[in-house]
Design a protein. Structure first.
Length: 127
């Protein structure tokens, strides 16, 4: 299980991204960390986005192995979070007013991706 923690200073949103864990483990973590009970996950989806009762946000991705399908699930769920955060802040989103959503989604994706991607090992030169 990997947990990515983010705080967005612009909209003051706390976000957790949990990957490679069962939904049951996600529920236990959310209850412990946020004192929030998640609804039962009855779908066959590999991921889900949540707006929690304390104003925080959560993305759960059950299996993430860097395949394009898994990356698509992560992007899909992050887009839900972007809608939740923007909507919770009272910002109107429609076909004429979509830049705030586009920029925020880009910010979320870049922030999560930079914490998720494997770190390259530096090659040290020896004399």
């Amino acid at each position: 299980m990997k947990i990515i923690k983010l705080f967005d200073p612009i909209y003051r949103a706390n976000l957790r991204v949990m990957i490679n864990c069962s939904f049951d483990d996600c529920r236990k973590h959310t209850l412990k960390e946020f004192n929030t009970e998640l609804q039962e996950n009855n779908s066959l989806a590999n991921g889900k986005a949540f707006a929690l009762s304390d104003g925080s946000y959560l993305v759960w991705v059950e299996k993430f192995n860097w395949s394009i399908d898994c990356q698509g699930v992560l992007v899909h769920e992050l887009l839900h979070i972007a809608f939740y955060v923007i909507g919770d802040r009272g910002i109107k989103i429609d076909s004429d007013e979509d830049e705030a959503l586009a920029y925020y989604f880009e910010y979320l994706f870049n922030s999560v991706w930079n914490k998720l991607k494997p770190k390259k090992k530096s090659k040290r030169k020896t004399a």
